[in-house]
Design a protein. Structure first.
Length: 241
């Protein structure tokens, strides 16, 4: 799974990198090196005029059948990730997958080792592009109205089985979409489930990524800052690669 990630880009940087033509809808978010569920995040999506926009949503998809704000928050915490294997069939996600898809930008994400064998259990790793390019998670989003009629928009990222060296850290990883698939993914008119599922499958998903062991400071959501992504030494017997 992916339960924490980082984004330190400014809106103007994302607008340029993701070829956003409709601008930014929402407030500028501060750089965040420890994004946790229910926080406000950036997503890239198509607006009703089919123009790409940057928007602010809440992380964790609100179940459409939520009766109250309390129910909505509870549902978000268990719906931050959707699996590629079931995103088109799970009741919480299937409508969003078919009609409301987005990209979730990140400078990197964290994963805690549980299957490393000789490596420390629960050791956090920061996974990012070797060239510091912004990552584009495949995501979905939805809208929900609370008891007072206020619309709240939320999003979830899509995960897949881990590949290559990332399998040494955890059995799941985010699904990254290359730029040549963004247009089709974001287009609301595309709702053929098989074609959409095919977009999420390709070779060399881990190409261009690297994983750095980092301190356990990231374990506490109150901690935030660039020091969280600073690599640490694990010692000779625990070298990752």
């Amino acid at each position: 799974m992916c339960g924490r990630y980082a984004i330190s880009r400014q809106p103007e940087e994302l607008i340029e990198e993701f070829a956003i033509t409709a601008g930014h809808i929402g407030r500028t978010l501060p750089a965040d090196w420890n994004i946790s569920p229910t926080k406000e995040i950036y997503v890239i999506r198509n607006n009703p005029d089919a123009k790409r926009e940057l928007a602010n949503l809440s992380w964790g998809l609100i179940a459409p059948w939520s009766k109250s704000t309390a129910d909505a928050v509870k549902s978000q915490s268990s719906a931050i990730n959707a699996r590629t294997e079931s995103v088109d069939s799970k009741p919480t996600f299937r409508s969003a997958f078919k009609y409301h898809r987005c990209l979730i930008p990140a400078t990197g994400y964290y994963e805690w080792a549980t299957e490393l064998g000789k490596y420390p259990s629960k050791q956090p790793f920061y996974i990012h592009s070797k060239t510091e390019k912004t990552l584009a998670f495949a995501g979905i989003y939805s809208s929900w109205q609370d008891e007072n009629g206020l619309t709240k928009e939320s999003a979830a990222l899509i995960t897949r089985p881990a590949v290559d060296f990332l399998e040494m850290i955890h059995h799941r990883m985010p699904t990254f979409l290359p730029s040549d698939r963004w247009d089709f993914w974001l287009d609301h008119r595309n709702n053929n489930v098989e074609e959409l599922r095919a977009l999420l499958e390709f070779d060399n998903e881990a190409a261009g990524l690297t994983a750095d062991p980092v301190s356990t400071l990231v374990n506490a959501t109150r901690n935030n800052g660039p020091e969280l992504i600073k690599p640490i030494e694990l010692g000779e017997p625990q070298t990752l690669f």
